[in-house]
Each structure stands twice: as C-alpha cells, then as structure tokens.
Ligand binder design. Structure first.
Ligand code: MRU
Length: 345
C-alpha cells in the first residue's frame, strides 16, 4: 500500500446531531451543504440525489436509522416503519437496504438505544473507506503505466463514504506514479460524469478528457482505451452487475474489441440472495430528467419517455470484479460462493 493523499471534501459528515451532505445536485457550480436532522430529511436527500452512489447512500441511510431510533422513542412499530421508508428511498443500490438492516439490527439488539445506531453507522462509514482503499490497491494491479482508462458515471469519493471505488482505483494508480489518462463519459441524463467525476479528477490533478457517452465506442474500436473501470449498485451471486445506465452498452463494445472491463465495488454491494441480474429491481426516474436539462426543456412537449436509471451487465462481459478481498474472476458463481463463505454471509 502506497501513502495515499485523501480528498479534502466529504459526501457525508455526521457532526453532533446533524448529517451534513455535500449537495451533489449543485456541483460543480456551487458547493453547498444540505443539512439533515430527521430520518425524513435523509429519505428526501437520497430520493432527490443530494447524496448518491451506492456506498454513500448506504452511509447516509445508517445515520437515517439513527434519527429514526430517536424519533421512535422506544416504539418498535414506528421504528420499523421509518426504517422501511428509508430502505425503499431508491430500489437498485443494495447498499441502502444492507446498511438500514445492519443498523436496525444493532438498534433492536440494544433494546432500541439510538446510540447503538450511531456507533453502527460510524462503523459503516469507516469500514467503507477502508474497503475502498484496499480494493484500490488490488485494482492498481490491472492498470499498466501510461494507460488510458475509461470510466462511467461517478464512483469516486462523492459516491462513497470516502476515497471511492472505480475512481479510487484510478486515483491509486495516479498516486503510484503510473502517468495515466482518464476518459470520463458525461453520463446522461444526470451528468454525473461531467459534473462530478470531472470535478474529482481535476481536484486530484489527473489528466482527464470528458466525452459524450456515444464517443466511447469509436475510442474503444480505435485502440485508445486500455481498460474500462466503473462501479456497481448491486452484484448478484453469479456476478451480474447493475450499474448506471450505459454500463451494459460499454461492456458489449469492450467484449467485441477485447478490451478489459472491470467493475470495482466493496463486498457490501454484493447481494448474495439474488442469482440472476434480471431479478435486480431497476429504478425508473422522472421523465423530466430526459426532457429537461438543468430545468430547460430540450424535448418536444408531450413525448413519451422511458428513463431507467440503471442497467444490468451479464457476468460473461466482465473481466473482473475488484473488491477489498481481491479481484473476482470467472467462474463467478464458484468464486463468489467462496467469498460468501469467507465473509460469513
Ligand atoms: O444514480 P446514481 O448517481 O446514484 O448512480 C451511481 C452509480 O451508478 C455508481 O456507479 C454506483 O453507485 C457505484 S458508486 C461507488
């Protein structure tokens, strides 16, 4: 492990009785804090994507359960209802229900003590950062010096409790002195690549080129990309990966041209209870995300819209899944089952 220079910003920061979220709807133009003091505030922040990215959503939800435990004042039914509301704020990223269940269990075991929630939520945050650093060290092995790496959406410090997953691997390679270049997809419709990944790469001093999503295919065909590394919102027991819409198309192009395609995620993103990618619930978001950009109408009035936020990449298209326990490769069902046993889940 090299000496890492960590970011000077946080997607989420619990200070006394307030959860401070860096409002990701406003970046990169404005850097403002969104303050949560109730479980409902946390639900709204997750739903509206003030905080987004699977591990960051999980981290924020942990503190949401803390607020819920205080609000319930010992009423188990009320506590459970508030937890269910939190867990269903967004359906695809399994880190959300995973974190809510983990903190909820700690509260129930303590006899509904809110302090148990606070401790467990803090542990989720510090463990997430540690997992991201570890998986970045493993991921660094697949990046050659001078490589051009393409990424999609934002899987950086903003998407996690700190450091990042796919962008963590990229930053680790950069800080190892590998002299890499990053191509960042803008990531329509919410532009996480243009607004967030480009912002993080600039702050990290990593040479970066922003591209429209449709540019990736010809770059890959022309041999300009050494590998693709991106995040995950849910990984199934056979290694299928749900991630930001557009991930599947990239995987098909990479497979066609023989370019390595990696998903980087902590093991908290693996849902061992689901085998096939088809069974992952895919969030559909408001049509205005497609018909409008920053509040300005760009589509003809009245047109029908289909706006799934994620798609599923079959394991056959994935070269490796980079986790804090090492890089998982084919046969995914066998190797993920071994990992499940190691993790005791
Ligand atoms: O809709 P978002 O912005 O929450 O989607 C985020 C992604 O798809 C990320 O790639 C994923 O959550 C991994 S973040 C480390």
């Amino acid at each position: 492990m090299i000496d890492i220079v960590i970011e000077d910003f946080k997607a989420l920061d619990m200070q006394q009785e307030r959860l401070l979220l860096l409002d990701q709807r406003l970046l990169p133009v404005r850097q403002e804090t969104f303050v949560c003091t109730s479980s409902e505030d946390v639900c709204c922040a997750i739903r509206d994507m003030v905080v987004r990215g699977a591990p960051a959503i999980g981290g924020a939800a942990g503190y949401g359960v803390y607020f819920a435990a205080k609000e319930a004042e010992g009423d188990r039914n009320k506590f459970d209802a508030l937890c269910s509301r939190l867990a269903s704020a967004r359906p695809t990223a399994v880190n959300l229900s995973w974190a809510v269940e983990r903190v909820r269990t700690a509260v129930l075991e303590s006899g509904l003590d809110p302090l148990a929630a606070r401790r467990e939520a803090d542990a989720i945050v510090s463990q997430d950062i540690a997992m991201n650093l570890k998986l970045s060290e493993y991921g660094n092995e697949v990046i050659r010096p001078g490589a051009s790496v393409l990424t999609h959406c934002n899987a950086g410090a903003l998407a996690t409790c700190g450091w990042g997953t796919a962008l963590g691997v990229i930053k680790y390679a950069h800080q190892s002195g590998k002299n890499i270049r990053v191509y960042a997809d803008e990531t329509r419709p919410r532009l996480q690549g243009a607004r967030l990944t480009a912002w993080e790469l600039a702050r990290a001093g990593i040479p970066a080129t922003l591209i429209a999503d449709s540019t990736a295919a010809s770059l890959i065909r022309d041999g300009k990309i050494d590998c693709v590394i991106l995040g995950a919102d849910r990984i199934t027991a056979q290694g299928d990966v749900a991630n930001k819409l557009g991930t599947f198309a990239l995987s098909v192009i990479c497979r066609h041209y023989g370019v390595p395609f990696y998903s980087a995620a902590p093991t908290s993103t693996i849902d061992f209870s689901i085998r096939k990618g088809e069974d992952i619930p895919i969030e559909e978001r408001d049509s205005s995300e497609i018909t409008h950009i920053e509040g300005v109408q760009v589509a003809a009035s009245g047109v029908g819209v289909y706006n799934p936020a994620f798609d599923v990449t079959p394991h056959q298209n994935i070269t490796g899944i980079i986790t804090e326990c090492g890089i998982i490769r084919e046969p995914y069902d066998v190797n993920l089952e071994k990992l499940r046993l190691e993790l005791g889940r």
